[in-house]
Design a protein around this ligand. Structure first.
Ligand code: ADP
Length: 282
């Protein structure tokens, strides 16, 4: 595996100081918005609780407390993203490799993810399928397992992040497909796009591919590298309506690199996006 094992370095575009200032200002506005909106919601519900304490019905009180909890969770997750990024950037992340059953982990992550999106409106009709390509058994069959050496916690963070993006950037009724494939590195080299194959050694090492595919807004080709840079968000009207800091894919890329893997995107606007992650099994 190539040392600089990612396929998504800088785009090479030269930024002028003015562009930099504009980007910083935009980023500050995004962060302020991401923190201020939930904070204002919390403040509003706390004020209501204080003002109408004696007159509220149990159901109303519960609803307000749930909104307060949702707002606090959102603020906590924004701050968590900053802390995780800071730890990656200062080299303060220690990878703890252990045998991980990938299918089992995926099923646990899916459960947690479904619970988290279920809360949102109670109306999410999302179906998520796992498709395996390494044999013909069903997912439930224990023989279907891929046992790989990985950091369970970091893989979980990555999978949650990729599912969250697939969810955020596609209609709530569209499905999300998770594909798993197993091949030797040499075989993968012949199967993946050129920009990814350049980073794979032609060896007999087994590698697993995890694909998270959505049928959402997609990403124009000229952004495919940039979205992995920290704080980068695609400048499209739809993206602006969706909460985000532009850190999720940066964090995923750190996690993949720490596992000596590669990550890349295939996407077409209005068709959908697939994030591919290729990781060594051992
Ligand atoms: P965030 O989603 O918090 O903005 P990410 O780093 O996860 O940050 O993603 C960077 C940008 O890439 C997003 O702002 C969005 O424009 C684009 N993006 C990521 N995943 C998808 C996806 N599945 N579909 C469409 N656009 C995406």
């Amino acid at each position: 595996m190539d040392d600089a094992s990612n396929t998504n370095g800088s785009t090479g575009a030269a930024y002028s100081p003015d562009q930099n200032i504009a980007m910083n200002a935009e980023w500050l506005a995004t962060v302020s918005h991401e923190l201020r909106s939930p904070l204002m919601a919390i403040k509003g519900y706390v004020d209501l609780l204080l003002q109408y304490e004696d007159r509220l019905l149990d159901g109303e009180r519960r609803e307000f407390l749930q909104e307060i909890s949702k707002g606090s969770n959102h603020i906590a997750s924004v701050l968590d993203s900053f802390l995780i990024l800071a730890r990656f950037e200062t080299g303060d992340v220690h990878v703890h490799l252990e045998p991980v059953d990938l299918l089992q982990l995926l099923q646990q992550v899916l459960l947690k993810f479904s619970e988290s999106i279920g809360d949102e409106a109670g109306t999410v009709q999302r179906s998520i399928h796992i498709l395996t390509e390494f044999d013909t058994h069903t997912v439930e069959d224990p023989q279907d397992s891929i046992i790989m050496m990985a950091d369970r916690g970091l893989l979980q963070v990555m999978l949650m992040q990729l599912l969250d993006n697939a969810h955020k950037y596609s209609p709530t009724t569209a499905s999300i497909d998770i594909g798993l494939g197993l091949n030797t590195a040499a075989q993968w080299r012949t199967l993946v796009p050129e920009q990814a194959s350049a980073h794979i050694e032609s060896s007999q090492q087994m590698m697993v591919e995890i694909r998270i595919q959505d049928y959402g807004i997609g990403i124009p080709a000229h952004y495919h590298d940039a979205i992995f840079q920290r704080f980068y968000r695609v400048d499209m009207n739809l993206t602006r309506d969706v909460a985000g800091l532009g850190l999720g894919l940066t964090i995923c890329q750190y996690i993949v690199t720490l596992h000596r893997g590669i990550i890349w995107v295939e996407s077409l606007p209005d068709v959908g996006s697939t994030i591919h992650v290729l990781l060594p099994v051992q």
